[in-house]
Design a binder for this molecule. Sequence first.
Ligand SMILES: *[C@@H]1O[C@H](CO)[C@@H](O)[C@H](O)[C@H]1NC(C)=O
Ligand SMILES: *[C@@H]1O[C@H](CO)[C@@H](O)[C@H](O)[C@H]1NC(C)=O
Length: 169
Amino acid sequence: MLCAVVVSVNYRLAPEHRYPVQHNDCFDVLKFLDDDENMSKSLPQNANISRCFLVGDSAGGNIAHHVAQRACEFKFKQLKATTATIQSSTLAVDVSKMEFPATIVVVRGFDLLRDWQKRYYEWLKKSGKEAYLVEYPNMWHGFYGSQELPESKQLISQVKDFIHKEVAR
Ligand SMILES: *[C@@H]1O[C@H](CO)[C@@H](O)[C@H](O)[C@H]1NC(C)=O
Ligand SMILES: *[C@@H]1O[C@H](CO)[C@@H](O)[C@H](O)[C@H]1NC(C)=O
């Protein structure tokens, strides 16, 4: 069995706090965790910071992408952000030359951002990145929050499988 430590991240909100403060706040979490002293104070001893997965839904999906991109360009001591899980569209710079992590992209049929999400997935593939597309034609933005839905459970287990697969590499 694989145990995971979940770090729930908050960030300052617009309009009082303007973009890109939200990206900075989330990236600072990685820096914080990469600091030995801070990590040992805040995470259980067996947490392995070199297996770090970034997950985001909606606006958080966009942030996860940008944090992953920044993580590619930053020299951490130990932290390795292996994977980003994205559920939102994003405008992005060229990642083809970056070691951008494997990504699972979740698209919902009843989501206004559907076409952007698909384009994001296609763009990752075109950039030579490992990307997986998971589609839920009858679902809507944020559906997985309704935990009574079988699709919600299915999505969670798909993400879990993805993480297992990446850790096993
Ligand atoms: C470690 O934690 C201290 C106290 O919270 C903080 O001031 C410092 O910035 C943290 N280090 C990093 C690298 O984030
Ligand atoms: C932490 O994870 C990395 C990458 O999967 C692995 O190489 C390393 O052995 C792990 N460290 C520990 C202490 O389990």
